[in-house]
Design a protein around this ligand. Structure first.
Ligand SMILES: C[S@@+](CC[C@H](N)C(=O)[O-])C[C@H]1O[C@@H](n2cnc3c(N)ncnc32)[C@H](O)[C@@H]1O
Length: 219
């Protein structure tokens, strides 16, 4: 199964070093590949220009950032959205709970502030940002509503949010393969908008393009 995800000897050694029981393997693999990426292969994948470029473009178009903006990207991975957002003149901050991704994003983003942290408990004061982004992260959040409340807390009034995630119809396809899919959460378009409303966000709208969902809303 390691090979199916392009993993090799380094990853096999990391699994063996983990000392985890066999039944924990699929959870460990989900972390290693996407939920908390680590290892040379993860750095190569998430540092590559093409990674999730469709999501990056949709988010940046929706947010239409400018020099007055302060953007937070949650689950910033290799930092390419941060890099592209910096070009708009906005002040840009990334957050990720993978130490390796934080290091990579510092290298790849070309000047964004990048911090280690968890979406459930953002290490920022209220009203710190005018915009929040998440690209291919939402499905891994164990309590999505609580995370959205955190987003709303750190946004200024009227601040905007853009989240790109994967719809249930793509579960089990190459966009959301097993065993990752069984460890991810999928929401249909109405559920996604309802989650945002319950978190106190307004104007929630979902655009679904072939199973790629873009949720936009305001604080
Ligand atoms: C599939 S990768 C996507 C990375 C990047 N956003 C992209 O589109 O290429 C998911 C990223 O979200 C991070 N992540 C997942 N859950 C997180 C959480 N609860 N708090 C912070 N980061 C998280 C992972 O460490 C990983 O870097």
């Amino acid at each position: 199964m390691l090979r199916d995800f392009g993993l090799g000897d380094e990853d096999r050694a990391a699994w063996e070093r983990s000392g985890l029981p066999a039944e924990a393997f699929e959870g460990w693999l989900t972390d290693r590949v996407a939920r908390r990426p680590a290892g040379a292969r993860a750095r190569e994948v998430y540092g590559a220009d093409g990674v999730h470029d469709f999501a990056r473009r949709a988010i940046l178009e929706a947010l239409a950032l400018g020099p007055g903006d302060r953007l937070l990207e949650i689950g910033c991975g290799g930092g390419l959205l941060l890099r592209d957002a910096l070009a708009s003149g906005a002040a840009v901050t990334g957050l990720d709970h993978s130490e390796e991704m934080v290091r990579l994003a510092r290298e790849r983003s070309g000047g964004a502030e990048v911090v280690l942290g968890d979406a459930a408990n953002l290490p920022f004061p209220d009203a710190s940002f005018t915009a929040v982004a998440m690209s291919i992260v939402f499905m891994f959040l164990p309590d999505a509503e609580a995370a959205l409340r955190e987003c709303r807390r750190v946004l200024t009034g009227g601040g905007r949010i853009a989240i790109y995630t994967t719809a249930p119809e793509l579960r089990g396809t190459p966009a959301a393969p097993e065993p990752l899919a069984s460890r991810s959460r999928f929401y249909d378009d109405d559920e996604l908008a309802a989650l945002a409303r319950r978190s106190g966000l307004t104007g929630a709208a979902v655009v679904n393009d072939g199973g790629g969902q873009l949720l936009t809303a305001r604080a």
